[in-house]
Ligand binder design. Sequence first.
Ligand SMILES: Nc1ncnc2c1ncn2[C@@H]1O[C@H](COP(=O)(O)OP(=O)(O)O)[C@@H](O)[C@H]1O
Ligand SMILES: [Mg+2]
Length: 478
Amino acid sequence: MIDLISRLLGGLSEPKSGSYWLLALLTLLLAAIVGTIAGLMFPSSIPLMEQVRELYTLTPPPIQFAVLIGTISICIILGAVALNQRQRQNESESVKVQLKGELESKNQELHKLKRMITRLEGELESKNQQLQELENKIARYEQESQETKQELAELRRFRDNLSMVSERETIWKRPATNPPRFIPRSHRHTIFVCMLNLKGGVGKTTLTVNLAAYLNKFLEKGILLVDLDFQGTLGNLVTNDILRNNQYMHGATLERIYEQYQYTYERHKHINPAQLIQPLLTQVEGLDNASVVLCRDTLELVEQRLYADFLSDPNNKDCRWFFRDIFHNDKCMDIILKNYDFIFFDCPPRITPSVINALACSDYVLIPTRLDSGSVDVVPRTINWLRSLGKEYPSEVLGVVVLGAMREGQLTHPNQIAYENLQDMLKKFKLPDRLFEATVPISPHAINKNRHTPYAALTPRGQEFYRPVAEEFLRRVH
Ligand SMILES: Nc1ncnc2c1ncn2[C@@H]1O[C@H](COP(=O)(O)OP(=O)(O)O)[C@@H](O)[C@H]1O
Ligand SMILES: [Mg+2]
């Protein structure tokens, strides 16, 4: 009610303490004015007023006083209420101000917090970026470490391989995965023989050429000679210069097998290995149905490359089986090898890729030796090494042939002792019967002296030297 009046009077949206005071005064003033006007205008005509005046007059002073006091009290109460209201208003104002202040400070804090959040979000973002970069770095390091590990493993393997080189022969004993098939002897016509001794100058080439010449000329055997020594001694002995140089010019030499095999045959298995061999076959001079695969000094380079590749990377094409893949092939057998009863590989006194290849496709190894202590000592080393190659090399020792032992049909005393030592040694290898009874004497008639007598074995004297060896050879291979 008070609020309503106050609003009506003051047009205020909210009651204020001043308006209560004003209302109290106005009420009194209005009462007085109304009373006065009523008294003046209607002094007696208004019975009610008269009665009131009378009542007032009749009213004893204490009651008048009480009315006065009551009126004043009402005014005081109204004033107190107004005061109280004002205080409350002030309080609420101050609370409002306080709240406003607090709100403002909270707002400021909120702003601060927002700014802080923005900053922290920025920092978080940059931390995330850093984290991402670190993760990328870690991934890169991990990859690098993986690569380094692989490189290390490669290097270790390489080191191991290198340490194997210190014992030069060992590298070839590396286990083989899927070597090509070895056609058993019983399933083919041609016999493969390696002429091998890890010592040079013992007469390997001389024996190869003369044994081949004898077998060819007197026993009508088809012969294929393969020169594996890049010095080319064998080729020089069995071909004339013109033919040989012509073959060199056309690159018709042993290394062609490696090149062609690696780059052509290996990729296109349909290529006939017979076509690979055919151009390399060079007619042996002075013999029928005898050919030679020549070789020249460039073979050394090709072999070094093969060796290095095999040494450094085991995943490279395993270069030990090229010959076997080519020779132990039905087409090669049917087209080329059917003409030859024997293939003789004339080996150098070193383990080369060609020697390994020849051994991998040979049935027999024939070991020519002299009887001096230096040569005799190398025979067990050669046999030991052959045995250590493992089952992938099926060739067996056909025998040991002694060259240059006899003078005038007799062994000299030191040679006799050496010969017996050799026999004992072969017994220890459980090869007691492998020393050839036939020997080739030291004689100018046992060697190929000049172009006009290329084969000692075909001369009357030489024939006597080589016949026993050739016959024993045939007995042993059949
Ligand atoms: N029975 C022999 N009598 C005399 N000299 C020989 C005899 N056999 C080989 N020679 C000679 O010994 C040397 C080496 O022979 P060679 O067959 O080339 O040995 P390798 O092939 O083992 O290196 C050659 O000069 C050769 O003429
Ligand atoms: Mg030789």
